[in-house]
Design a protein around this ligand. Sequence first.
Ligand code: GLN
Length: 288
Amino acid sequence: MNILEAQGCAARLSACSDSPAADVELLLCHILECDRTFLFTRREHVLSEVQQWQFEQLLQRRLAGEPIAHLTGVRGFWSLDLEVNATTLIPRPDTECLVEKALELIPPSAARVLDLGTGTGAIALALASECPAWSLLAVDRVADAVALAERNRQRTGLANVRVLQGSWFEPVDGVFDLIVSNPPYIDPQDPHLDQGDVRFEPLSALVAEEHGLADIRYIATHARAFLVTGGILLFEHGYDQAEAVRQLLAELRYSDIESAQDYGGNDRITWASWHNPVAEQETKQNAE
Ligand code: GLN
């Protein structure tokens, strides 16, 4: 079987995937340890017997619904190639909107940034790669995810990120200019949990009580003690949660509350700033 013939197997995936041709390309690049250019310039290249066997195994697993990122063990996010496994969420392109917004909101000069529920480390590492002057703390409750994020930190060589294990703020000290999070936000009753990649991702990274809002509420409540005055809290959330998240932030007395859409045109991120009334009163008194 040569590369062209292998690419022809994409048709077999059309029932289980929205992108069968791209899936087969990713599998072939993984097995042949090559880039896409090789696939298109060396169509006559013949796969070895072992490679053909591996290809068939991976096609079968893909047919059973396993995410491509779990089959190849990597996923591109921002400009980074990250290791991925079943211990945490696969980074999504929509989360790049959160990265873009963070870069827009906070100047690239020195800033302290906290990423809660970091998973693969995607958000923290993407921000660190763009802003070498920032210092980033990435936290996850799941030990295997922390180990994965740390491996991703090492493979990307980003020295301005530290990864710690703990539940939300538990291992966190100090204050931050920006707190970001892509927490679990899917309603436990959501029928999408039975479809596509999410079936192979841990529920602990996907699902939250209160129709998906419980963790967002927890983080927003406690973040106030970890933000400098004027600091920003930035969330990714479900496509139908923007209004509820804005209301929750308003109830908690955040200000400058705004939302923005993802690449699919869904409301996907919401942010707000925290003005600590005590700190601002003291600053005013000192100035008088
Ligand atoms: N965006 C993911 C999905 O809908 C969920 C991510 C999350 O819960 N943080 O598949």
